[in-house]
Design a protein around this ligand. Sequence first.
Ligand code: HEC
Length: 282
Amino acid sequence: MLRKGFAIAAVVGLLAAAAPAFAKTTEEEPKEFSLSTDGPFGHFDAAQVQRGYKVYREVCSACHSMNLLSFRNLGQPDGPFYDAKYKNPNENAFVKAIAKDYNVADIDTETGDVVQRPGTPADKFPNPYANEYAARAGNGGALPPDLSVITKAREGGPAYIYSILTGYHDAPRGLSVPAGKYYNPYMPGDLSGFWTGDKDKVPVGGFIAMPPPLLADKVSFDDGTKSTLEQQSKDVVAFLDWAAEPKAGERKRTGFAVLIYLVLFAGLLYASYRRVWKDVKH
Ligand code: HEC
């Protein structure tokens, strides 16, 4: 009996000792957030996605690539710069101008050298860094992730990214923040090793190597929308969410048409069933 007691105590002791290895990460629940495209009947807000593109272009693109997105996507139906005048987005004057504003790496076919040339609508958004090492070297060792599908790649999606962008604030007293890192309560992390205060009051959240990228009036909006931190964040998230699935609008419309077809078809089937079995007793 006594031996069994010891065995149990030993196991409990071992588990307790092993516990720190399973230390939990914590973070604040993402803020309430919604986009006009939410739900099956959501609508695409081109003006908002245009503003979001501007935020990406002027701020985020200095560090983050979007290597699954082509300039021409901006001018497709349901794209922020779609213009019915240009059925082919490669001809869209606005898209051409946007692409031209970027420098794209290419190979000189005469000499084989790597050269820079102005972008065209067929190009992908270029990476701001030559390679991963350069990206890390420019960001204190951290790699800015590609943003092409970030709203689908992160748990919490658009609400999480909005919360990160708007959620930076001064670190609580007693938290030692490593050089080149910033405290963000929405970033998953385990801060217990950096906390000098009360043991059971470890702050939630984590450190992020991205300096707060946005602040009020950082980007000026051409449509007169007031440029608050929240507005810029919301708009850039709308842009990123569009970019993660540029054909979402088309997909929803097709889905809706299919549903209507199925409902009509079900009605028709029922009517013919009644007709076929009309004279049969059952
Ligand atoms: C000065 C460079 C820089 C700029 C500008 C910048 N970022 Fe970042 N970003 C980073 C780095 C570095 C990381 C990686 C952080 C880490 O791993 O701790 C990052 C991470 C992220 C993440 C991922 C967070 C996570 O869950 O891992 C998102 C989302 C993001 N950035 C969005 C943006 C958006 C949107 C903008 C523009 C408004 C922007 N960033 C501007 C450098 C930058």
